[in-house]
Ligand binder design. Structure first.
Ligand code: PLP
Length: 381
């Protein structure tokens, strides 16, 4: 019987300290671990290979993701890169066309030398994925909800298509975290995420995680993590475990705040379009309601014609902070074309529906009324 995720997150690693009976697992910063016998491998040996805090965090996230195991890495990008290490040379990788800008930059960079062949597809269109899978493919990497347009991809349908075509499915679960979506339950082979975002939630560490459905695949990922030196550090793991304890509460409250703000924005004539999967008008609303346990904290908006320049609006906001990143307790605002998705070519952005004036909001835990009056004042002509 699986533990309730709130219980699992709060109890992870508690009461494991044998030295002082510390309730909270202490941080272990040592880079080396003493052996009793040179021929006997201890649980921890050298901190790049593993450290107790990283293991505790990995086990906690794996439990929440319903995974056989997980590897904690030093960033979300390192987690995504970890998926690519063992792909054969020239492997075809299908990726959501409006995936995180850094994901596309990584796949394109790996593609330049022929190491991989990235193919960008509108994965919220299942038929487009089926068509792309007609050619031999090693990996399908889906980001749902996509970022910044918050399109919803049907994970069960894509998992079935990918497996029938001999490909694996990895899902970037950063935007929702396991509190709101568990991709492995929908047939994905891997769930990766940037721990930096909603999972840690306090915007004070950088980390990533790869969760695997099949225990046999774990050892190889652990091997690469040590080989390439991309494991999560002790201090970052400590902070992320602390953040994880309140994940369920934060995610729920941020979803509620975002719903309230999205409804206000949709009713305002100064806003031409609102992307938020919680709105009945959103094309992925029904799928999101089925596949997710909440609609998330991201909202993207397009201003109506004649309303001030998007750059002016974001600079006028007083409560929102103009900064990259998402998912933290603090509300942030970002212009993807100039910030998070600036690494994409203008043509790639156009194909992905990311206009130069699209504004993305990450809703935090401030009082929603304060966020609404901030938006209202910034939008005033
Ligand atoms: C931030 C982000 C990443 C990369 O994570 P880092 O921790 O910054 O390396 C990957 N995917 C998504 C969706 C993200 O938002």
């Amino acid at each position: 019987m699986a533990r309730d995720p709130r219980t699992a997150a709060v109890r992870a690693g508690l009461n494991t300290d044998a030295t002082w009976n510390a309730v909270i697992p202490p941080i272990s910063l040592s880079t080396a671990y003493r052996r009793e016998d040179p021929a006997v491998q201890p649980a921890f040996d050298y901190a790049r290979t593993g450290n107790p805090g990283r293991s505790t965090l990995a086990a906690a996230i794996a439990e929440l993701e319903h995974a056989a195991g997980a590897v904690v890495t030093c960033s979300g990008m390192a987690a995504i890169d970890l998926l690519l290490h063992d792909l054969p040379f020239g492997a075809r990788v299908i990726c959501s066309h409006d995936a995180y800008g850094g994901t596309r930059r990584l796949l394109d960079a790996r593609g330049r030398g022929g190491r991989l062949v990235p193919v960008y597809v509108e994965t919220s269109d299942t038929d487009a994925v089926a068509a792309a899978l007609k050619q031999p493919t090693a990996l399908v990497l889906v980001e749902t909800p996509s970022n910044p347009r918050l399109r919803i991809s049907d994970l069960r349908a894509i998992a079935d298509l990918a497996h029938a075509a001999g490909a694996e499915l990895a899902v970037d679960n950063t935007v929702l975290s396991p509190a709101l979506q568990r991709p492995l339950d929908h047939g994905a082979d891997y769930s990766v995420q940037s721990v930096t975002k909603l999972l840690n939630g306090h915007s004070d560490m950088v980390g990533g995680v790869v969760c695997v459905a099949d225990a046999d695949k774990l050892a190889n990922l652990v091997w690469w993590t040590n080989c390439a030196g991309i494991g999560g550090g002790a201090f970052d793991s400590y902070l992320a475990l602390r953040g994880l304890r309140t994940l369920a509460l934060r995610a729920k409250a941020q979803c509620e705040n975002a719903s309230e703000i999205a409804a206000w924005l949709e009713a305002d004539p100064r806003i031409a379009a609102v992307d938020f999967p919680g709105l009945a008008s959103h094309p992925g609303h029904e799928l999101a309601a089925r596949q997710q346990d909440g609609f998330g904290q991201l909202i993207s908006i397009q201003l109506a014609d004649g309303i001030a320049d998007a750059r002016d609006i974001v600079q006028r906001l007083q409560v929102f902070t103009l900064a990259q990143s998402l998912g933290g307790v603090e509300s942030l605002v970002n212009i993807p074309a100039l910030m998070t998705h600036a690494a994409m070519t203008p043509q790639a952005r156009t194909e992905a529906g990311i206009s130069d004036s699209l504004i993305r909001l990450s809703i935090g835990l401030e009082a929603p009324a304060d966020l609404i009056s901030d938006l209202n004042a910034a939008l005033a002509p």
